[in-house]
Design a protein around this ligand. Structure first.
Ligand SMILES: [Zn+2]
Length: 401
């Protein structure tokens, strides 16, 4: 059984207070997912992520495939066990990094050949290979292999990219369905189908829930291509749906227009994930429109550059004005950093190049982002008493299976 999504309450504006039952965790939605690129949310230990209330974190398939390698992670029982993270995880397909980080990539209908940004070694990724890697990593949610259409893109380029992404979505789904029982931690399948690696299975996650696969809506900034993409993915019947190819340099009202166009086309009983967004006001806005999941490197990456998101706006902590400022970074924040440290100290750590700077800045920014989602969830659930437990009604009529 794949994930189940319970809608606890839906507001007139479409915002959904819900819960996603995943193998390793029931995740409260809308949820913000910190990005743990190479098996680590940079500078923050796992126990602190837990205390911040992170329920679902993201791992990057491209990075983990190159180092330490998905076969090694499988032998160690999967990504959860390898990084000692008992809660939920999601892996991306590797596509976005192949297209943004690697060199000399060559795209054919079959897949993408690219050179590693680490050592120049040559690799070939296909939808099937991306599924094999993601099944070995064993995150609760895997993503279909797609091509992220760049911005700006001519219509003919966006059409060709979409054609490829839709063909790869079909191949991703078929291969995933045929092999999803090979996930390293699965415990509720017939012994004959268990992975052959003795003693390497993780502690059994709950509920007999299996790994799930999401399809990714592409189509550049063309509304009709976005619609076409959403409709075709829904026909394929994925476990959830993402909107990709946004926040790639386009103006924000265009991002909003694409999300508003696609959301009503996606099944109400499946989670909806907008990839790679955004600023604090954006994640709140999209959550209120009915987006259930979001991820972004912004709070963690900005933190390492000394940019703090606060209730009073953005703060560049290395500015001279904070040199002897005895206030907490954000007087309205109750995180472990704001309870204990001053702006002056955070500025000093940054000026001195102390590693603790990245850690403390990141902890605050993540607390701020996760706090936004907590408040949005509370406000979406005001009429919770009238909510209902959603039970899927079986496969859609137009499902091929
Ligand atoms: Zn704080």
């Amino acid at each position: 059984m794949a994930l189940t999504f319970h809608r606890i309450h839906t507001t007139p504006a479409g915002g959904r207070r819900g819960r996603i039952e995943l193998p390793h965790r029931a995740v409260q939605t809308p949820v913000f997912m910190p990005v743990g690129t190479a098996g680590s949310v940079k500078a923050v230990p796992q126990d602190i992520l837990e205390s911040l209330g992170a329920e679902l974190i993201l791992g990057n398939t491209y990075h983990l495939y190159l180092r330490p390698g998905h076969d090694a992670i499988r032998r160690m029982g999967g990504l959860h066990r390898f990084i000692s993270w008992p809660r939920a995880m999601l892996t991306d397909s590797g596509g976005f990094q192949v297209f943004s980080l690697s060199q000399l990539r060559k795209v054919t209908d079959e897949g993408v050949r690219f050179r590693s940004h680490l050592d120049g070694s040559s690799h070939f990724f296909t939808p099937e290979h991306s599924m094999d890697v993601q099944i070995s990593l064993g995150a609760d949610i895997a993503m279909a292999f797609d091509e992220c259409t760049e911005y700006p893109a001519e219509r003919s380029r966006a059409e060709e990219s979409l054609r490829l992404t839709m063909a790869w979505a079909r191949r991703s789904l078929d291969h995933f369905r045929a092999h999803q029982h090979e996930v390293p931690w699965i415990h509720n399948v017939a012994p004959a189908s268990r992975p052959a690696v003795a003693g390497a299975s993780s502690p059994a996650p709950g509920g007999g829930i299996t790994q799930s696969l999401f399809g990714i809506v592409q189509g550049g900034m063309y509304l009709d291509l976005r619609r076409q993409s959403a409709e075709r993915l829904v026909e394929m019947d994925f476990d959830g749906y993402a909107i990709g190819g946004l926040s790639v340099g386009e103006p924000r009202d265009l991002t909003l227009e694409m999300i508003a166009e696609v959301l009503p086309l996606l099944p109400a009983d499946k989670p909806r994930y907008v990839m790679g967004v955004g600023y604090p006001d954006e994640i709140e806005q999209y959550a209120r429109m009915g987006v259930d999941m979001m991820d972004c490197v912004l709070p963690t990456r900005a933190a390492r550059h000394g940019l703090l998101f606060t209730s009073q706006g953005r703060m560049t902590i290395k500015n001279r004005q904070y040199a002897e400022d005895q206030q907490p970074p954000d007087p309205n924040c109750n995180c472990m950093v704001c309870r204990r440290y001053t702006r002056a100290y955070l500025r000093h750590l940054m000026q001195a190049g102390e590693p603790l700077s990245a850690t403390l800045n990141t902890i605050h920014n993540l607390a701020y982002y996760l706090g936004i989602m907590e408040r949005v969830r509370a406000s979406l659930a005001i009429h919770q008493a009238g909510g209902d437990r959603f039970v899927p009604e079986g496969r859609r009529e137009n499902s091929p299976g």
